[in-house]
Design a protein around this ligand. Structure first.
Ligand code: 26V
Length: 819
């Protein structure tokens, strides 16, 4: 309306340098002489952000004008990490920005490192959501992510005397230049109260929920830039606020604390990320978080849809909503409430729309991680949604018994209410029945879903479960974290792989090219030196860069078996000491990861890793042959330094328990070899890489299940395996914990008495495979040739491929999908 559109921005270093100076001066109010690195970060971010905004407007307009189907990704967690390098890379500004900052004697890398690492997630599930957001933007899917703007993300981990200490994380401390508060997208969210029946003459009676408590959900938007900046999508995070910021009457009558109680209670909803990913917390605040962000997102989705299309009849044609695990599963009941109670839809029609709109992704089969809420809590907090769940349940049970002749045991298994443990709402069942597509995250995991948690629902709806194997974004996990390898690959096979990562296949033949292999090895060595420098700075441990860098980084959990890895380290240590004359391959075992604060065994494993590291690293008898390192505070930024520096990737979960894994893909993309079990996506990696390029050992999923049924225990294995017995004896003896020799008694006695995680059962196979890798590493030609094959053949595990599959098979959205 009379306003002129800004002219296109120039991306040459001169222009960028000038604009950075302008931001520094007029937005940050600093003279270049006084500017600190942090000020340069902010100024650079603002300059990059301006360019994103241009593309952001264009993307939003396009989707509105075409009326293309939108995809909404609902996730309690987005583990996005830093955004500046991602934005610069995807806008193709890496060189020019580096050049521009150099004019002020500023090193872009040092500046980038000051950006806080947005850790709004626990681990795999949250990081997958972040990769998916980037890939939706990169593949042209109009996607909006919905989540929670936690004030405190995943805790900061310190190690004090070997043990994990949790400290608050404060990513918003200096403000967040990537987010835009949208006061015009604010919604009321209710809790508690009662349901009343309203009847008007001539109309069917309506249920109306009258909540007693209300809070505001305020939107904060962050742009997600796709590759080459062509599409910019939105990550919309909700922040909770009280409707009345202060109760002035209470304050004026002297109750200064009471005046703030309500606003504290409201804001508590989005204060902190729950740091547990393997035990359902069962706390009211968690359920409030889940409902809060689900309800806000649905109101927003419905408002936008009605604005653009005028009716909710077409919701499922124009909207796909993906539930990232069961955390947003209450959305199924909430959408039914909105359709039936608020918009007057008939139940059956509402149910049809709901099911056609939702898809649900399952990320774990661990029984202790499956969400189920006590019925009485649910009823008190969300009375109308509880009624709706009962009504959905009645319909499903009717269908199962009438159409399929299900018996009482089968009905009990599919019921949305678990009657066994004090009446609970099963969120997995709710998400399943409310969705038209349910997916697992690797081929094996999807098969196990059909056989275990969802056996009976799968029988009732045999068409609904499908597989969508996970992937990782090659922009962050190759181009940005490993510029050396990216440059080498571009020189060798040309730049086509940057747009289609499966073209990395063109590098496969270079595995036999000695010249290429040498350059590949040189890049790896430089990346190892960089990690060695970081470890030297932070932990004062000196590493031998010619050693195998053998790395296990992920959440600490018994099923992931960091304990098995540590036991192998001790056994190796014993052998090196017993046979110093042998030709040992030098090895550095690197660990990083966080334990849930309440997970006792996981914390003991961290403590053991640190205790073992101290003893081994201090023993001159093994000097350069063996080192053990636990790097504190694993996060996305640390992963970006670790992945390119690995020779060997540890993916050694008890078979059947790791749904997919995504670290396995990041390591392989950066040329590491994998030692792993036949679990999760490792199974498919084996198929793509070829069995000579991945090192698989141990029990298979069905063998694990069988042993568990047969009351397997570790005792007899330990007694006949001297290497294992001696390592466990050492742990039990207290040599690693002179201050508290009994510290690890429980960990060890669990192995004797039950070995639930098959550590003893797999030890021998693991040991032998590691020794095979020792020998292979001495033949650097053979080793690097396999490394090249890993990089060249792993392209299928790109999240671009995952997203294209979701878009085609579940969402019917994105390029080529709109009629
Ligand atoms: C569960 C819970 C339980 C209640 C308390 C908070 C909380 C937070 C997260 C979770 C779910 C964790 C599930 C998860 O992260 N699964 C991982 O998903 C990855 C992406 O699909 C996959 O690669 C990993 O194998 C899988 O463990």
């Amino acid at each position: 309306r009379g306003a002129t559109v800004p002219e296109p921005r120039q991306n040459d270093p001169d222009t960028l340098a000038r604009q950075i100076l302008e931001k520094l001066t007029y937005s940050i109010c600093k003279h270049p002489e006084q500017a600190r690195k942090y000020d340069w970060l902010r100024a650079t971010t603002l300059v990059v952000r301006d360019r994103i905004i241009d593309h952001w407007f264009a993307s939003a307009n396009k989707t509105r004008d075409t009326g293309d189907k939108r995809v909404y990704y609902l996730s309690m967690e987005f583990l996005i990490g830093r955004l500046l390098r991602d934005a610069i890379n995807n806008l193709q500004l890496t060189g020019p920005i580096q050049e521009a900052l150099k004019r002020y004697n500023v090193d872009v890398e040092l500046v980038e490192m000051l950006e806080p690492d947005a850790a709004l997630g626990n681990g795999g599930l949250g990081r997958l959501a972040a990769c998916f957001m980037e890939s939706m933007a990169s593949t042209g899917v109009p996607g909006i992510g919905y989540g929670i703007r936690y004030v405190h993300g995943f805790f900061r981990q310190e190690i004090a005397e070997g043990a994990q200490v949790e400290l608050p994380e404060t990513w918003l401390m200096h403000g967040n230049p990537w987010e835009f508060e949208r006061r015009d997208s604010t919604y009321e969210i209710g809790f508690g109260g009662k349901v009343v029946t309203q009847s008007e003459p001539g109309k069917p009676p309506r249920q109306v929920w009258r909540p007693t408590e209300r809070v505001l959900a305020v939107a904060f938007d962050t742009p997600i830039v796709g590759w080459r900046g062509e599409q910019v999508n939105t990550l919309r995070l909700w922040s909770a606020q009280a409707i009345d910021p202060i109760l002035l009457d209470a304050f004026n009558s002297g109750d200064h604390i009471g005046a703030l109680v309500e606003s504290n209670k409201a804001e508590a909803i989005t204060r902190v990320l729950y740091p547990a990913d393997s035990h359902q917390a069962g706390q009211e605040l968690r359920l409030r978080q889940e409902y809060f962000f689900s309800a806000a997102s649905l109101q927003d989705i419905i408002r936008r849809h009605v604005q653009e299309h005028g009716t909710l009849d077409t919701l499922a044609d124009k909207v796909a909503i993906q539930l990232n695990d069961t955390h947003p599963a209450v959305s199924v009941a909430e959408l039914m409430r909105l359709l039936v109670d608020v918009h007057g839809y008939e139940w059956d029609r509402a149910w049809q729309i709901t099911r056609a709109t939702f898809g649900y992704t399952n990320h774990t089969l661990l029984p202790e991680a499956l969400e189920h809420w006590p019925v009485n809590l649910f009823e008190r907090l969300l009375p109308r949604q509880m009624q709706i769940i009962y009504q959905i349940n009645a319909g499903i049970i009717r269908e199962a018994s009438q159409d399929k002749g299900f018996d009482d045991t089968q009905i009990a298994a599919i019921s949305l209410i678990d009657e066994g443990h004090g009446r609970r709402v099963r969120m997995g069942q709710l998400a399943f029945v409310g969705s038209h597509a349910i997916n697992g995250v690797s081929a094996l995991h999807t098969e196990l879903m059909k056989q275990t948690v969802f056996r009976n629902l799968h029988e009732l709806y045999p068409e609904r479960i499908q597989n969508k194997t996970n992937g990782v974004t090659p922009r962050r996990w190759l181009m940005e974290c490993n510029p050396g390898l990216t440059k080498l690959l571009t020189e060798a096979i040309g730049p086509a792989f940057l747009d289609d990562i499966e073209k990395l296949k063109d590098a496969d033949k270079l595995a036999d090219d000695a010249g290429f292999r040498e350059k590949f090895a040189a890049v790896k060595r430089a990346n190892k030196m960089r990690l060695a420098d970081l470890i030297s700075d932070r932990l004062a441990i000196t590493l031998n860069p010619d050693a195998i860098f053998d790395i296990q980084v992920k959440r600490i959990h018994e099923y992931k078996r960091q304990f098995l890895n540590i036991i192998e380290a001790i056994a190796l240590y014993n052998q090196i000491r017993a046979h110093p004359e042998r030709d040992w391959t030098p090895r550095v075992k690197i660990f990083a990861g966080k334990a849930a604060p309440s997970y006792v065994q996981a914390k003991e494993i961290i403590h053991l890793a640190n205790d073992v590291a101290r003893l081994i690293n201090g023993d001159p008898a093994v000097r350069d042959l063996l080192k053990v390192v636990f790097v504190p505070n694993y996060n996305v930024s640390l992963a970006e330094i670790i992945m390119p520096a690995a020779d060997l990737s540890e993916q050694i979960s008890t078979a059947g328990l790791e749904a997919s894994g995504t670290g396995n893909m990041k390591f392989a993309l950066n040329g590491a070899l994998t030692i792993g079990t036949l679990d999760g996506a490792n199974v498919e990696m084996l198929e793509h890489l070829g069995e000579e390029n991945i090192f698989i050992f141990g029990l298979k999923a069905d063998e694990v299940a069988q042993r568990r049924r047969n009351a397997h225990s570790g005792r007899s294995i330990i007694e006949r395996t001297p290497l294992l017995r001696e390592a466990l004896d050492a742990i039990s003896s207290g040599v690693f914990a002179p201050d508290n020799p009994a510290r690890y008694h429980n960990l060890v006695s669990n192995l004797y008495n039950n070995d639930w995680w098959m550590i003893c059962a797999d030890f021998d196979a693991y040991w032998k495979t590691q020794r095979q890798l020792d020998v292979l590493f001495l033949d650097q030609t053979a080793w690097h040739s396999k490394g090249v094959h890993n990089t060249a053949r792993i392209g299928w595990f790109s999240s671009d491929r995952s997203i294209r599959e979701y878009a085609k098979d579940i969402w019917q959205a994105g390029p080529g999908q709109n009629a």
